[in-house]
Design a protein around this ligand. Structure first.
Ligand SMILES: *Cc1c(COP(=O)(O)O)cnc(C)c1O
Length: 388
């Protein structure tokens, strides 16, 4: 007899966390590992955000809040979505959740029934398919092409549509690819979605980590039709280096927002009260901190790009956003799990196997790590590639 519910039988543990744990284990034993595994900023949360949280604690902001967050934060998010993203939501359509991961899961739970299909372009963020399965629905994976910068085309989207299609998940800038969709590309996808009333989950967590003069475009800003089908998800983890704070948010058509509010009120209740005050400070404070972080990431990105371009038996697409390189290792072969394990055990380089993103012939390097580590790691990776 299994002690585990049937619905969990197909759920995989997060492989991105597994390799990070193995690397940490080696580090704890004194091995100098060049770690590219992390899906989080190496930089610390800015001080003024921490101070706002500490003040809130000292003022006794230690009790429950409304399930979907404090009014000050929802208002700050409303203004942000209007000014930065050109989307006019009311605060009633906004909920603050326990991380953008939680936002995605709430959104899927609120909208998808057993039997529904959710279209997920691969390479995808590792948690999307498992969240869909947890909600009882079915992931429908669509392989995108490297030649199209790993972006879903309207034709691919259209071919994937079926009677059970309920949702499509878009993530721009994307993890693990760093791809950024243009306005025209998104408009074409919205047109396909609207033809069959497919809900669009738009994960915009890397919105501000964007390079090469690319512009982030929010799906819901494109038209009223787009807004009526779109769940906009964003958060604080990546852009403000606040992963441990566990704060993300959702803005959605009213019906969906109401359902999310109900789900959250019976499960987590509000995100941590004093953390929410830090988030208010993050949105209201000087946004130059983001510019400084982006400059730092961009410098690392360019260095890594030049190093990876020197290696002949791998292929890369230059990422325009987020803080990852997805390295295509088709010529090396091995299978990504095997490759990542070899790279870690013999060359002391930690990277995430592409199988975690639904693309087995690749590995992901995060550049949310110091330049010294990147230099050492690239030397070692180059050696590894030369030997394979
Ligand atoms: C990191 C990440 C998230 C989740 O971030 P939270 O820490 O839960 O706010 C969501 N989507 C993508 C694509 C991510 O990389």
């Amino acid at each position: 007899m299994s002690l585990i519910a049937e619905k969990f039988s197909q759920i995989e543990p997060s492989q991105t966390l597994a390799i990070t744990a193995a690397a940490k284990n080696m580090k704890d034993q004194g091995v100098d590992v060049a770690s590219f595994g992390a899906g989080e900023p190496d930089l610390d949360t800015p001080d003024f955000i921490k101070r706002a949280c500490i003040e809130a604690l000292e003022e006794g902001k230690t009790k429950y809040t409304a399930a979907t967050g404090i009014p000050e934060l929802k208002e700050a998010i409303r203004e942000k979505l209007l000014l930065d993203n050109n989307i006019d939501y009311s605060t009633k359509q906004i909920s603050v959740n326990c991380g953008a991961k939680h936002s995605c899961y709430n959104a899927i739970l609120a909208t998808c029934d057993p039997g529904d299909e959710v279209i997920i372009p691969a390479p995808y963020w590792t948690s999307y398919p498992e969240m869909v399965r947890l909600a009882g629905a079915e992931p429908y994976i669509v392989e995108t092409k490297k030649s199209n910068n790993w972006k879903l085309t309207p034709e691919e989207f259209e071919n994937a549509l079926g009677g059970a299609t309920r949702m499509v998940i878009l993530n721009t800038p994307g993890n693990p690819t760093g791809s950024v969709y243009s306005k025209e590309e998104l408009e074409a996808l919205v047109e396909v979605a609207a033809s069959e009333d497919v809900i669009i989950l738009s994960d915009e967590i890397y919105e501000k980590l964007i390079y090469n003069d690319k512009k982030h475009v929010s799906v819901a800003s494109l038209s009223q039709e787009a807004k009526d089908l779109t769940i906009t998800i964003n958060g604080f983890s990546k852009v403000y280096a606040m992963t441990g704070w566990r704060l993300g948010y959702t803005a959605a058509p009213q019906e969906i927002a109401d359902a999310i509010s109900i789900i959250q009120s019976h499960t987590t209740s509000n995100p941590t009260t004093f953390a929410q005050y830090g988030a208010v400070a993050a949105l209201k404070g000087d946004q130059q901190i983001i510019g400084d972080m982006v400059d730092e990431y961009d410098m690392r990105r360019q260095y890594m790009l030049s190093r990876l371009q020197e290696i002949s038996n791998i292929e890369i697409v230059e990422p325009d956003g987020a803080f990852y390189f997805l390295v295509d290792t088709t010529q090396i072969g091995l299978g990504s799990m095997n490759l990542a394990e070899k790279l870690l055990s013999r060359f002391k380089v930690a990277a995430v196997p592409g199988v975690a993103f639904g693309h087995d012939n690749s590995i992901r390097f995060s550049y949310a790590t110091g330049l010294d580590v990147i230099k050492t790691g690239m030397d070692r990776f180059q050696e590894f590639c030369q030997l394979h």
